[in-house]
Design a protein around this ligand. Structure first.
Ligand code: NAD
Ligand code: DAU
Length: 342
């Protein structure tokens, strides 16, 4: 039986991926997670007693711990990161630490161990924003624009160095904007849904005209599964769903699905350096036999249904320190917001 190290497995995509792996394969999974504000063991509570699953509470920057964990695994899927753009604007240091240095610590331990494969989860944000008509392919240059995106680019460049210098068997994924169950409600979609369920305002940045490609998390997990097993070593793969939508349309759709009034929408002060659009060509990924099963409508409907049915999950998450975060990020902005005029 193979043993896979998943880093950041208590977060949104990592926990969905662990569920996917344990459902489909007879693998052992070791989940190394620091349990930052975004890490949540509730995300894994249905599999916590599975004998094939082991949780290790720790930091990917801790080289001694990482060395010990690496000694028992055959392959690595690396999700652990500080992942929220707005937090990176307020406090970029934590992003450099985890997303760049932490990635280096993992790569070095993987090299010492001689792992079979290292799947690095990067992001479409490394390319920077797409200009009108522009769709990035894997050979396009990196032009990251936020501290988060620059940190992810830094982590990915470490991977590139380990491929070229040491021949480490790395495959790189560059996924689009995921939505689905168990996403921390700092990200736009779960924030809009949970606010709407509580009849609270939906803070849409600027005029809501920025565009994101919404990839359903299960589709993403299927793509990562393919890359873990069949991705060509040393290669990077765009994972996009062709579900590009402006944020205002996403907010309106959520309100329609929940039968809530559009007057809940508020246009608030924009994110500094806000990337207008991300758009990627995923022909290389699709040539491996992958295609997303969810169009935008199916993805958003399933996502809204999950939050409607799992109030216990997000009410717990939105208590305590989340309230301080929300007040800090949105208090003044909402007080100065412009109303929606349809
Ligand atoms: P998330 O914020 O929900 O989860 C991150 C997890 O990493 C948490 O469980 C956290 O506790 C853990 N973590 C953070 N720092 C750590 C450290 N130093 N040591 C160990 N664990 C640590 O993130 P997510 O949305 O699930 O994203 C997962 C990965 O996918 C990230 O690398 C992110 O950059 C990338 N990505 C995310 C999206 C998206 O739309 N969410 C899209 C493209 C790429
Ligand atoms: O594209 C991949 C990236 O997607 C990942 O690498 C990141 O980890 C992930 O956080 C996500 O980044 P975004 O910045 O696109 O996601 P976010 O949910 O923060 O914002 C989505 C869009 O919604 C963006 O245009 C900003 C806007 N927005 C966001 C928030 C939090 C709002 O209008 N209001 C909000 O309150």
């Amino acid at each position: 039986m193979r043993t896979i190290l998943v880093t950041g497995g208590a977060g949104f995509i990592g926990s969905n991926f662990i569920h996917h792996l344990l459902q489909k394969y007879d693998y052992r999974v070791v989940n190394l997670d620091k349990l930052t504000y975004a890490g949540n063991l509730d995300n894994l509570r249905d599999i916590q007693d599975d004998p094939r699953y082991r949780f290790v509470h720790g930091n990917i920057c801790d080289s001694q711990l990482v060395g010990r964990v690496m000694a028992e695994v055959d392959a690595v899927v690396h999700f652990a990161a500080e992942s929220h753009v707005d937090r990176s604007i307020v406090d970029p240091g934590a992003f450099i630490q985890t997303d760049v240095y932490g990635t280096f610590v993992l790569l070095e331990a993987a090299r010492q161990r001689g792992v079979e494969r290292f799947l690095h989860v990067s992001t479409d944000e490394v390319y920077g924003q797409s200009l009108p008509g522009q769709r990035f392919t894997e050979d396009d240059p990196f032009r990251p624009r936020s501290p988060y995106a620059a940190s992810k680019a830094g982590g990915e460049l470490q991977c590139r160095a380990f491929i070229e210098t040491y021949g480490l068997p790395i495959v790189i994924a560059r996924p689009a904007n995921n939505i689905g169950p168990r996403q921390y409600p700092e990200k736009a979609v779960p924030l809009f849904i949970t606010n709407a369920l509580d009849d609270q305002p939906l803070p849409v940045y600027g005029q809501g005209l920025q565009v994101r490609d919404r990839l359903y998390v299960e589709d993403h997990c299927e793509a990562l599964d393919l890359l873990l097993h069949w991705g060509e070593l040393g290669e990077a793969y765009n994972i996009s769903a062709d579900n590009e939508r402006p944020n205002i349309e996403v907010a309106e759709t959520i309100l329609e699905l929940l039968e809530k009034p559009k007057s809940l929408i508020r246009f608030v002060e924009d994110r500094p350096g806000h990337d207008q659009r991300y758009s990627m060509d995923s022909a290389k990924m699709r040539a491996l036999g992958w295609s997303p099963r969810h169009d935008f409508t199916a993805a958003i409907e399933k996502t809204v249904a999950w939050y409607r049915e799992n109030r216990w999950w997000w009410e717990k998450v939105k208590s305590g320190q989340y309230q301080e975060y929300y007040q800090r990020m949105y208090g003044r902005r909402l007080a100065e917001a412009k109303p929606y005029e349809g």
